[in-house]
Design a protein around this ligand. Structure first.
Ligand SMILES: Nc1ncnc2c1ncn2[C@@H]1O[C@H](COP(=O)(O)OP(=O)(O)O)[C@@H](O)[C@H]1O
Ligand SMILES: [Mg+2]
Length: 269
């Protein structure tokens, strides 16, 4: 492990993050006790941005892992690799984070298989240890190490859910799309559009969020609104910008696309 590369995990500049309900204060208190934290909420509502912001605020390195179903415990913990000198051990991201005292953010944890997820257990109780079975090493986590996971309750199914024994190792913060005026402020700032354009985009999103469960798995996210604003700021016609960022990505169903298109036309004619 190249401990000398710690700087690469630092969050160099303050990420723009608008606090919506005192979540920064709650997170800081949890971090003070190195409590594992779960961020729950729909895709594109600000969970990842929040972790980046908190890592910056607390001056801690951040190591993010995008979880997927092909991920194995070795992908998190590490493995032996062959090189010209023989076999060398290479730490995985979880091990690196535990060694250097980073915040380790496992994004979309439910995507990982349950036999992968259990490797975090010994790090989340009072032992704060990580056994590297293949290497025969037991790591004690650095005092600054903390584990954060994100979780989208909307996608949960019986096949894909966290075990209770995993869930109950975390304190949790609920995330949702910000209130309309806040969200418009975020979109205006992130995309560089005027307040009235941002406001219209947010209103379109609100209409689609009501369609969740009625033909849409999820409504338009804050992330997509920022995309729409960015296209408009690039000089693209609002109608085409919304088509590309708010309608086409969301659904392939022709009727639903028409419904979304109609919502766009209500605000941009
Ligand atoms: N509270 C917020 N403050 C600043 N930007 C936000 C906020 N919430 C959402 N965003 C914007 O939405 C985008 C998507 O958020 P992200 O954190 O990637 O979502 P998630 O991780 O929940 O899927 C961010 O890149 C940012 O532009
Ligand atoms: Mg994310």
């Amino acid at each position: 492990m190249n401990i000398q590369n710690i700087e690469q995990y630092g969050v160099a500049r303050e990420p723009f993050y608008r606090v919506t309900a005192g979540e920064d204060v709650l997170y800081e208190a949890a971090y003070a006790r190195r409590m594992p934290v779960m961020l729950k909420g729909p895709t594109g509502c600000g969970k990842s941005r929040f972790v980046e912001y908190m890592a910056w605020k607390l001056r801690r390195p951040l190591i993010t892992v995008a979880c997927n179903e092909d991920m194995t415990a070795s992908d998190l913990v590490g493995r032996f690799l062959l090189d010209k000198n023989g076999t060398v051990w290479q730490d995985g991201p979880l091990t690196t984070a535990a060694r250097i005292g980073a915040i380790c953010y496992l994004d979309e944890i439910v995507e990982a298989r349950q036999d992968t997820t259990v490797v975090i257990h010994p790090l989340t109780d009072h032992r704060r240890q990580l056994p590297l079975d293949k290497k025969g090493e037991l790591i004690s986590a650095h005092p600054n190490f903390q584990l954060v996971i994100s979780y989208n309750p909307g996608y949960q199914s019986l096949m894909k859910d966290l075990k209770q024994s995993t869930k109950q190792r975390f304190a949790a913060l609920d995330f949702d799309y910000p209130a309309a005026d806040l969200e418009a402020e975020i979109v205006a700032r992130e995309a560089g559009v005027d307040a009235s354009t941002a406001d219209k985009l947010v209103q379109i999103a609100h209409r689609t969020r009501n369609l969740k469960g009625h033909g849409l798995d999820e409504g338009i996210s804050t992330r997509l609104l920022v995309y729409a604003g960015q296209m408009i700021a690039e000089g693209v016609d609002a109608d085409a910008a919304c088509q590309m960022t708010l309608v086409t990505p969301l659904t392939d169903d022709p009727d639903m696309r028409q419904t979304l298109q109609a919502a766009v036309e209500t605000f941009f004619v």
